[in-house]
Write a protein that binds this ligand. Sequence first.
Ligand SMILES: C[S@@+](CC[C@H](N)C(=O)[O-])C[C@H]1O[C@@H](n2cnc3c(N)ncnc32)[C@H](O)[C@@H]1O
Length: 450
Amino acid sequence: MSSKKLLLNFIGVFIVVIICLLLIQKNVQDRQPQTKDQIDKLKHNEARQESGGMADSEQYENKLLPNSESERKILSVIEEIEKDTRPGFENFDVSDGRFLRLLTEAVDAKRVVEIGASTGTPGLWFTMALKSTDGKLITYESDDNKIKTARENFRKAGVDSLVTIIEGDPNETIKKHKEFIDILFICAEKESYIDYLNKLLPFVRTGGLILARNIDLRGGKIGDYINTVATNPELDTVFYQNGPGFSITIKKRPPAPEYLYQVFEDTDSNTGESSIQVKLMRISESEEPVEVDVPFVTTPYDIVDKMLELADVKKDDLLYDLGCGDGRIVVTAAKRYGCRAIGFDIDPLCVKKSIENVQSNNVENLVEIEKKDIFTLDLSRADVITLFLLPELNVRLIPQLEKLRPGTRIVSHNWDMKGIKPDKVIEQISEEDKIPHKIYLWTAPIQKED
Ligand SMILES: C[S@@+](CC[C@H](N)C(=O)[O-])C[C@H]1O[C@@H](n2cnc3c(N)ncnc32)[C@H](O)[C@@H]1O
């Protein structure tokens, strides 16, 4: 073979080898994980293999087996959305979606509130559960494109009747939120997480959940959110760091305040006669026992709304809540109507709770809380008085209520005032406890019935 031919053969073999090497490198690159999700999954599987677990259990994790036509329909829309790779339309992992659905069904959620509708995928997972819990989703979104896409996706999945989209900047629109919440889901601008939490936490029912996505435990813009949910003793939070990171927070049920009747013998200093007396005492680990006339029980938020509506509260009014409990009536009145309000309670634990409620809702400029016995109060400055006491306590208040300025409105949750005819009585079933509640309205000067 001539040296020229040998050289050509050599060059040919060299080119083939180079092409093979390039193909091998490309193949290796293609197999490399590219996105954060893929890298996380790879690490996750490696860790499992090291610990002897099954690396391929993903095949089970990513499947949901629909058991009805409506589930199938929702799933098919979710799958369709997954294919949309437009920038700004973040994909929502199937396992995260199933997690939302599972929690929603597990807590039998009737009202889910979502901040950040995006394309509607998380909302669709919620609706899959809400269909069986007979619940509703309220979702806050500001981006017009996302609103349009989400609306269309809810319609296609046949769940639009379960969803209300509140359009506009959630920082502003959530200020009008007034319904109780079983699950709050936050997946929006990170710097606002703490603000969303502070504004909506009072509406989350005890035992309800607060879920937040994109939780990076290194902190950054959500550092104050992480710190709050991890250190507030009224909350319990676990962090789930698979994929983009979740925090799951439960609003703990507070220990029920304990009450006991104290029975004692009392001797009249004038007559010397003795009688048996009964006192209702609130006892707790942290405070001195205190005598109360009625225990602390809250008015459901939707009934609070109705009471304020019936009292026709105006911005210039001064509202007194006699026995303010956790301060929900005074706080709601200030937030909704911008009026001034004072809550009175004899129990230091309730006073503390009310002050915390006022502070977390930023209404310190409008609301005051005072530790006072309501039967010692001069009520003449009030324009509206709210009561949730007992029928006999309403009657005991009559001498004070008779001194009210004409036009002052009194509303009482559940209890009448024997001897004084109300202007109006309405009855409403609360969505919170599903039982009927009465609300009585009187206007000063109150008139004794003949
Ligand atoms: C049934 S709770 C109502 C709480 C709140 N107003 C609501 O509707 O959610 C009654 C409240 O009255 C308070 N209370 C009982 N006797 C009182 C008294 N003599 N003076 C002031 N507050 C009293 C209790 O501590 C309790 O917080």
